[in-house]
Design a binder for this molecule. Structure first.
Ligand SMILES: NC(=O)c1ccc[n+]([C@@H]2O[C@H](COP(=O)([O-])OP(=O)(O)OC[C@H]3O[C@@H](n4cnc5c(N)ncnc54)[C@H](O)[C@@H]3O)[C@@H](O)[C@H]2O)c1
Ligand SMILES: O=C(O)[C@H](O)COP(=O)(O)O
Length: 617
């Protein structure tokens, strides 16, 4: 039984105590982007307007609704395109929240034509997520989920420019990849694949397939991250001497596993076996080339479960032919699937078709990990596995939530004080905080200030992903300063200052610095404006705001309040700030409704009012 529903955009709660009458009515009083149905409990918690109507229908409820909203698009259930095989548990999770389109083996053109009707895309390493795809998405694609670790197949720069969040599933396939690395190491050392092919061909070649032992040999792990560490742990169990090279790995992790961290040259020149576990980046591309192979011990054996592109494949072929490299075991290739590859055909190469992550367990784990990340991102949560946005842990996020709103409102307010035609080039943000600088992550606040400043004057949608990029693109320089405040809260106040512009409200300009300056703080969990220029005020940053500068004299509140009252404009907050008694004062008036032009003109004509501005928050 539906007992109540909550409209998140209007914050109106309508309660239906019971539905005993034959045709109970479900009233929908507004069309928010999402409706949260609190009951019945067996329904998914987050459902869309379309579902509400369907559910109402199935429960035999008559529905009375206002006319359809203009933007139906935002009301629809999100659509998630899954372009490569994903585990069932992940798909079930996605389906409980969205329309899921599993279309495997799409050509790049087919993918581009589908993408503009999708809110999220989930891929594995077989799908290239390039700039054309973001262009084709036409602004609808909000999240790309990489069901795995490597994000070298996603154009992160383009994703960021288009404000699309990229998340990955970094942990669930670690063990599978490490086990595959060890499997390849052992298979290569003992010629398992070659011997298997030989016996199946009816031969019995015991002398041809004499292998090499692993115990006591040196294994160099190149890239001592999640997979590299797990390979190291297992190789130690095989009695190998393990060294690792990783410019960013912590020494204590290596010590704990009994691995020595060494330089690149030491690693490649001392090892009998070299196992690659670094990501493919511009810095690691073809790092195993002729010069590197020349440094290796003759007869070295190489395992690559990372990315084909870290090896110059032609150079490896030469090294195999000259015997510098005795054997190679490769799971990954520059081009996948490899075409007419001499490497794959080489007698001393053991090859698998990118199977590192392909265990049942890993695939189920990855599917759930990526489904949770994508659904969370579509619900507006910050993801812990975001690749192109700051990762803000949930506890930090909930602590900063009221300051996030304050930051956006201050940006929005400050930009409306700039007179039309003045290009904003430089914004300074001053945070007063009792926190140690390392203990206050302001990236989220900065992004929201940028959003507040840019969105009212442009058609670009700003989010945490693209805020810095768009600011830079628009030539907007943002500098930040922290000032110590003796305060228990994470942020005591935030000040937004815009320099080198004209203001349409002169009182917002601090005379000494000639900057427009507004300051706010969080009071009772709500954003408040605490200072305009050099005037102290105290008004809630909700709804609309009228700022007036007037001669500080009795009767002003009544006069302006009366003009608003005459037109049925409700005053929600009012505060007066002044520097000197009976000189100038600023009146900040929060109003629920937007006054018409006539009413605003009347305020402007009050003799003691010297200037005023109406601001929409
Ligand atoms: N074959 C597969 O199916 C499969 C499965 C999982 C992971 N992978 C690949 O394995 C790689 C590692 O995965 P992970 O989960 O361990 O990632 P990870 O981020 O935990 O580890 C990568 C490590 O490489 C290090 N590194 C970066 N640049 C380096 C450089 N120039 N030299 C040496 N080390 C460098 C990093 O510091 C990091 O410690 C990724 O490329 C991933 O795509 C492949
Ligand atoms: O980067 C990864 O996670 C692995 O290469 C796995 O890729 P896959 O999802 O295409 O198997």
């Amino acid at each position: 039984m539906i007992t109540s529903f909550y409209s998140s955009s209007s914050s109106r709660l309508t309660t239906f105590p019971s539905y005993n009458s034959p045709t109970p009515t479900l009233r929908i009083s507004s069309f928010p982007a999402r409706l949260k149905v609190l009951c019945p409990p067996n329904l998914p918690p987050l459902i869309t307007i379309t579902n509400v109507l369907k559910i109402a229908d199935s429960l035999n409820l008559s529905t009375s609704t206002p006319p359809p909203p203009p933007d139906l698009h935002t009301l629809l259930k999100p659509t998630i395109l899954v372009s490569e095989k994903l585990g069932d548990a992940g798909l079930d999770l996605l389906r409980s929240f969205a329309d899921v389109d599993c279309s495997y083996n799409l050509s790049p053109e087919e993918l581009c034509s589908k993408i503009s009707s999708c809110d999220a895309l989930i891929v594995r390493s077989g799908t290239k997520v390039n700039r054309q795809l973001f262009q084709a998405a036409n602004g609808r694609l909000k999240v790309v989920g990489r069901a795995g670790v490597g994000i070298d197949s996603v154009d992160l720069q383009a994703a960021t420019e288009y404000g699309c969040l990229v998340v990955n599933a970094p942990t669930a396939n670690t063990i599978a990849a490490a086990e595959h690395g060890i499997a390849l190491l052992a298979a290569m050392a003992r010629n398992i694949a070659q011997a298997d092919a030989s016996i199946k061909a009816g031969k019995w070649e015991r002398n041809k397939y004499v292998g090499v032992s692993m115990v006591g040999k040196t294994l160099a792990i190149m890239g001592f991250g999640k997979v590299g560490s797990e390979v190291a742990r297992r190789a130690k169990g095989l009695g190998m001497h393990v060294v690792a090279h990783d410019p960013y790995a912590p020494a204590d992790r290596a010590r704990a596993i009994g691995v020595e961290l060494v330089s690149f040259d030491d690693a490649v020149s001392t090892a009998h076996f070299i196992s690659l576990h670094m990501p493919l980046t511009p810095a690691t591309s073809k790092v195993f080339n002729d010069a590197t192979f020349a440094k290796m011990k003759k007869g070295v054996r190489i395992i690559n479960v990372a990315r084909g592109g870290v090896i110059d494949e032609d150079a490896l072929l030469r090294a195999l032919d000259t015997g510098i490299v005795a054997q190679a075991a490769l799971d990954v290739f520059c081009e996948e699937p490899p075409k007419d590859s001499k490497l794959v055909q080489h007698a001393n190469v053991t090859a698998t078709p990118h199977l590192g992550a392909s265990t049942k367990e890993a695939q189920e784990g990855v599917a759930v990990e990526i489904a949770e990340a994508v659904v969370g991102a579509l619900q507006g949560q910050l993801s812990a596995t975001a690749v192109n946005a700051p990762m803000v842990p949930p506890e930090v996020l909930s602590e900063l939530a009221p300051y996030v709103t304050l930051a956006e409102k201050l940006g929005r307010l400050a930009v409306q004080l700039v007179s039309g035609g003045s290009g904003i080039k430089s914004v300074k943000v001053v945070y007063r905080s009792g926190r140690d600088p390392d203990d206050l992550d302001t990236r989220l606040l900065r992004a929201m200030i940028i959003k507040g400043i840019i969105e009212p004057i442009s058609d670009t949608i700003i989010n945490l992903v693209n805020a810095d990029f768009i600011a830079k693109q628009k030539g907007l320089g943002i500098s930040e300063e922290r000032v110590f405040a003796n305060s228990e809260t994470p942020v005591d106040s935030i000040q937004v200052r815009i320099s080198n512009v004209k203001s349409k409200f002169q009182s917002a300009v601090v005379t000494e610095s000639e900057e427009i300056s507004v300051e706010g703080r969080v009071k009772y969990g709500k954003p408040h404006l605490s200072r305009v220029g050099s005037f102290e005020v105290d008004v809630s940053l909700e709804g609309n705001l009228i700022l007036c500068r007037q001669v500080d004299q009795p009767g002003m509140i009544g006069m302006v309040g009366g003009i608003l009252g005459e037109k049925n404009v409700n005053v929600s907050f009012m505060s007066v700030g002044r520097n000197f008694r009976r000189k100038k004062a600023i009146m900040a008036i929060g109003v629920d409704e937007e006054p018409d032009k006539d009413t605003l003109n009347k305020i402007g004509h009050v003799p003691a009012v010297e200037e005023f501005v109406f601001l929409n928050l």
